[in-house]
Design a protein around this ligand. Structure first.
Ligand SMILES: Nc1ncnc2c1ncn2[C@@H]1O[C@H](COP(=O)(O)OP(=O)(O)OP(=O)(O)O)[C@@H](O)[C@H]1O
Ligand SMILES: [Mg+2]
Length: 393
């Protein structure tokens, strides 16, 4: 780490969180849980996992840890924050698909979120046109009339249009996949821009009406079947281009209880969770950040609303990880890492000025704050170091 990087890290820690790409360096404790989670990344038939920790106890932090670890292990990753109030509802698979597309990242360009890097990367692979290539299978020998491999006709059309190199088509594909529900009244536009205008590039025998009657552009009919197929295709495309697949991280998953008001929608959201778990509609890995009371709360909601028939045992099948709390020793270790980084950032030796007892005092004082303790400690330690640095000769 050079002083420039260290300054960047300290700036982020001033707000209480380590910056993207450095989360693992500023993680303490939870070694057993983390080891276990990393094992899950190496196993193939793992699907959904619930990560449980109390408010402000490191759920988001752990998802960021998994994100970094997954990118390093050659997975595409998408981190989605569930928020019913701003249109990311877990019962709406079209919204989930859109959110996954908006947030997807690949190991080749971490931090660049959105479908663009992923599709450019795929098209780069496609254009190698190796005879043995699996893309031959996807594109039916580069004729692009149909695909044996892809499940979603929309993804097929999207990637095919992208592969033509037409910028305008790429912009439309991106916007369409980011918010498929906005295109329900713009089917003609999709047809014209992504098929009709690009016909010289491929052979597609279908007339325009066929695209409409087959609901090729529709993501929300038949139980969101195309949304599921499209999500699953993103995973397949990742696998076919030599990534290890797609991992989806769902933060603030408790939203399905707190913000989804309608019990039918809640029930649909729970079913979607179980579908992810069963791996039939989407066989990639997914992680969900929740508080320890999550499963109990879900059951209570269903019972209170008279849903006696619901198979409650489904909840108990979900693999869960409950995070052990961070001890004072862990927090001290974290403070020491911050101290070291501050020294590199501003080229001084804080360990000569700051005694261990002082550091402990800061940690203990900040620990009195029950809400968001770790974050408060990080901010307090950086502030104390900033003050000391100002005063140092
Ligand atoms: N294992 C850890 N090592 C170091 N710092 C951690 C660890 N876990 C959490 N933190 C830090 O603790 C603070 C709170 O963590 P985080 O925001 O992840 O909690 P949360 O459970 O997502 O909170 P919320 O319930 O508000 O969503 C952050 O500053 C985070 O960087
Ligand atoms: Mg959080």
């Amino acid at each position: 780490m050079d002083s420039f990087q260290a300054q960047h890290i300290i700036e982020s820690l001033r707000l209480g969180i380590p910056p993207e790409g450095y989360v693992r360096q500023f993680t303490v404790g939870r070694t057993k849980e983390i080891e276990d989670l990393i094992k899950r990344l190496q196993v193939h038939n793992e699907t959904a996992v619930l990560l449980m920790a109390n408010y402000g106890s490191g759920k988001t932090h752990l998802l960021k840890y998994i994100r970094e670890e997954s990118l390093e292990r050659n997975y595409a990753v998408s981190t989605v924050t569930i928020d019913s109030n701003s249109g990311v509802r877990f019962n709406r698979m079209d919204q989930i698909f859109g959110a996954v597309c908006r947030n997807i990242e690949i190991p080749q360009s971490p931090g660049q979120k959105g479908l663009r890097s992923f599709f450019n990367f795929l098209v780069g692979e496609i254009n190698k046109k190796n005879d043995e290539s699996i893309w031959q299978e996807i594109s039916n020998n580069w004729k692009w009339d149909y695909s044996e491999v892809l499940n979603s006709p929309a993804i097929f059309i999207g990637i095919r249009a992208w592969a033509t190199g037409n910028d305008k088509a790429a912009d439309i594909v991106e916007d369409w996949f980011f918010q498929p529900w906005q295109y329900k009244a713009k089917l003609k536009k999709l047809y014209t821009q992504l098929i009709e205008n690009l016909r010289p590039f491929f052979r597609d025998p279908r007339p325009d009406w066929k695209f409409y009657t087959d609901q090729v552009f529709t993501f929300d009919s038949n139980g969101y079947s195309q949304s599921w197929a499209a999500l699953s295709d993103l995973n397949i495309l990742a696998l076919y281009s030599d990534l290890n697949g797609l991992i989806i991280l769902f933060d603030e998953f408790e939203d399905v209880i707190t913000n989804l008001k309608n019990v039918a929608h809640q029930e649909a959201a729970f079913w979607n969770l179980f579908h992810f778990y069963s791996g039939k509609k989407y066989f990639g890995k997914t992680f969900y950040a929740v508080t320890p009371a999550f499963v109990e709360k879900c059951k209570n909601i269903l019972l209170n609303k008279g849903r006696w028939d619901f198979d409650f045992s489904l909840f108990d099948k979900l693999p869960t990880y409950e995070m052990s709390p961070l001890t004072t020793e862990h927090l001290y270790e974290l403070a020491m890492r911050i101290l070291e980084t501050h020294g590199i950032a501003y080229n001084w030796e804080p360990d000569l000025e700051m005694k261990a007892s002082q550091l402990l005092k800061i940690i203990n004082a900040a620990s009195l704050q029950t809400q968001d303790r770790a974050r408060h400690i990080i901010k307090s330690v950086v502030k104390a170091l900033d003050d000391l640095y100002q005063e140092s000769p």
